[in-house]
Design a protein around this ligand. Structure first.
Ligand SMILES: [Zn+2]
Length: 164
């Protein structure tokens, strides 16, 4: 997993991402405090990653794919507590979710567009599989068809991740 992904998660868990509420606290003047994704609520990390309509729709599809996805989490803390209780593979999916959603939010801010909900889910699935393949000595045993059908079943029983 690239270091920038871990730094992203580290910043997020300490509420230090450059979300609009945090930029305001740093004294910046903003045209809007609204969430770039839904444009309906003020942006903070809990909103962007758990309560936003985009996050809810992405979460609903993730739950169809992987039933342990904590669809009802209402904060980053709840989301990550639930993910930590799953397997290591779940943590990689969780990190891919946090990473892809933030990249898409930034694309909306800086390029004026973001992927559709299904596009975001697909990007999370691709990203998580790439990271798993890079970190696991059994990575070659995971194939895309199995992964996309049932992620946990596709990962062999003695699957372990290389140390961080
Ligand atoms: Zn929103």
């Amino acid at each position: 997993m690239p270091g920038k992904v871990n730094i992203h998660a580290w910043r997020l868990f300490r509420n230090r991402l450059a979300t609009r509420d945090n930029l305001l606290k740093r004294g910046l003047t903003l045209d809007s405090v609204d969430c770039p994704s839904c444009m309906s609520f003020p942006e903070d990390s809990d909103h962007l990653f758990t309560r936003c309509s985009t996050a809810r729709e992405v979460g609903a599809l993730l739950k169809q794919w992987w039933p342990d996805w904590p669809f009802n989490a209402a904060s980053i803390e709840e989301l990550w507590d639930a993910i930590k209780r799953t397997k290591k593979v779940g943590e990689v999916i969780g990190l891919a979710y946090l990473w892809v959603l933030w990249q898409q939010r930034n694309d909306k801010v800086y390029k004026g567009k973001m992927l559709s909900v299904t596009g975001i889910v697909n990007s999370i699935q691709v990203q998580a599989l790439l990271w798993l393949k890079a970190r696991s000595k059994f990575g070659n045993l995971i194939n895309w068809d199995g992964w996309i059908t049932a992620p946990m079943d596709s990962v062999c029983n003695n699957f372990t991740l290389a140390p961080r």
